[in-house]
Design a protein around this ligand. Structure first.
Ligand SMILES: NC(=O)c1ccc[n+]([C@@H]2O[C@H](COP(=O)([O-])OP(=O)(O)OC[C@H]3O[C@@H](n4cnc5c(N)ncnc54)[C@H](O)[C@@H]3O)[C@@H](O)[C@H]2O)c1
Length: 336
């Protein structure tokens, strides 16, 4: 009787026949039944407590940093790599001044020059079981490989750029997959390799080769349940990007052709989201692909016409300042 007054709903439920209860649960609103599925799907992005190696950290502008942060937010453990000890010092001295000390202390950062096979081997021998690797690495000498002319006889620079920006993915994938016991995912970063851009010269060639390598590696490691994919990102303001002559012009051009608004600073986050998608089980049957995260610029031709341009949204600060200016102007007019 007491139960009846205190918990009438519970009493009603507990006194039902099990078959009736099952029927009730089945007819429970679809959205509520989907909640466990949604939670499960969120877990499928990144394995909770799983280890992910994110290679190519330089500073907090790096795509590697945005990706690592996202993996951690979703419950994964991140091991970052920098090229060498000097760059690790630079990262802590100047590259992450905006981060609180406890975040800096918690970061697991190791060295690995991807052109030195032993360093790659040692890195993966020391990481234990891993779920995925992000290869966010590229370099080409700007003076010779990103100059006015495509032709150069600086063959050593061309070879170095090719080794770092393309071949290294094969080295990384080989040593990484040995530590992906139940399968895993390798993701690399590319840039619009189907088009030729001014000054991007030999890096464009490297990116085209990188995407071909992605397909070859996907074929080779598929039977071990290791997937290999690339994200082709639109222009983002990072150290590597700033070494491309006239990068600002390229970023401006992107805004003119991209159907979706493209923000070279903040859209790093969107790129990181896509990397995380390719790392997790939601993309379980995707391999050998290049996924474009570029605001759609790669799928259209020519500049957008005026009426096709994305509607500009004013940043909140600017909007408030503009409203205040308008208010002051109206007050001045009233006083007159
Ligand atoms: N920023 C862009 O606009 C953009 C667009 C599309 C793709 N990408 C690609 O994203 C990746 C990451 O670049 P980012 O823009 O974050 O710039 P970034 O400068 O922050 O990262 C490049 C990283 O490559 C590392 N690196 C160079 N040589 C190395 C070596 N021998 N061994 C180990 N590491 C080495 C650098 O130390 C640096 O950490 C690159 O592959 C780049 O081509 C960048």
């Amino acid at each position: 009787m007491e139960t009846r007054t205190v918990l009438p709903a519970a009493h009603r439920v507990l006194n039902q026949h099990p078959a009736f209860l099952l029927k009730k649960i089945w007819h429970y609103p679809a959205r509520s039944r989907m909640i466990p599925q949604l939670i499960r799907k969120e877990c499928m992005m990144i394995k909770k407590g799983g280890t992910y190696v994110v290679m190519g950290l330089l500073n907090t502008d790096s795509i590697a940093y945005a990706t690592g942060k996202m993996i951690e937010e979703l419950g994964g453990k991140v091991i970052y790599t920098v090229q060498n000890e000097r760059l690790k010092r630079i990262f802590f001295d100047r590259g992450c001044s905006d981060l609180p000390q406890e975040i800096k202390d918690a970061m697991d950062i190791r060295y690995c020059d991807v052109t030195v096979e032993n360093e790659v081997r040692n890195l993966f021998q020391g990481v234990g079981q891993i779920e995925g690797v992000v290869h966010s690495i590229a370099f080409a000498n700007p003076k010779t490989c990103l100059g006015n002319k495509v032709y150069t006889n600086a063959f050593d620079d061309i070879k170095q750029g090719f080794h770092i920006s393309c071949v290294s993915l094969a080295t990384v994938a080989e040593f990484a997959q040995e530590h992906m016991g139940k399968g895993g995912s390798v993701v690399t970063l590319s840039f619009a390799s189907q088009l030729a851009f001014p000054y991007y010269n030999w890096m464009g060639v490297n990116k085209a080769a990188l995407e071909a390598l992605v397909r070859a590696l996907a074929r080779e490691y598929g039977r071990e349940h290791v997937r290999v994919n690339a994200i082709s990102a639109g222009p983002l303001t990072t150290k590597a990007a700033k070494s491309i002559p006239h990068f600002a012009h390229l970023a401006r051009t992107w805004k003119k052709i991209s159907p979706l608004p493209w923000d070279p600073i903040h859209d790093k986050q969107e790129v990181a989201n896509a990397v995380v998608f390719l790392l997790g089980d939601l993309s379980k049957k995707i391999t050998g692909q290049t996924l474009y995260v570029d605001g759609g610029a790669s799928s259209v031709g020519g500049e957008l016409l005026k009426h096709e341009k994305p509607i500009k949204t004013m940043p909140a600060k600017k909007k408030i300042a503009a409203q205040e200016r308008l208010k002051r102007m109206q007050e001045r007019q009233r006083k007159k």
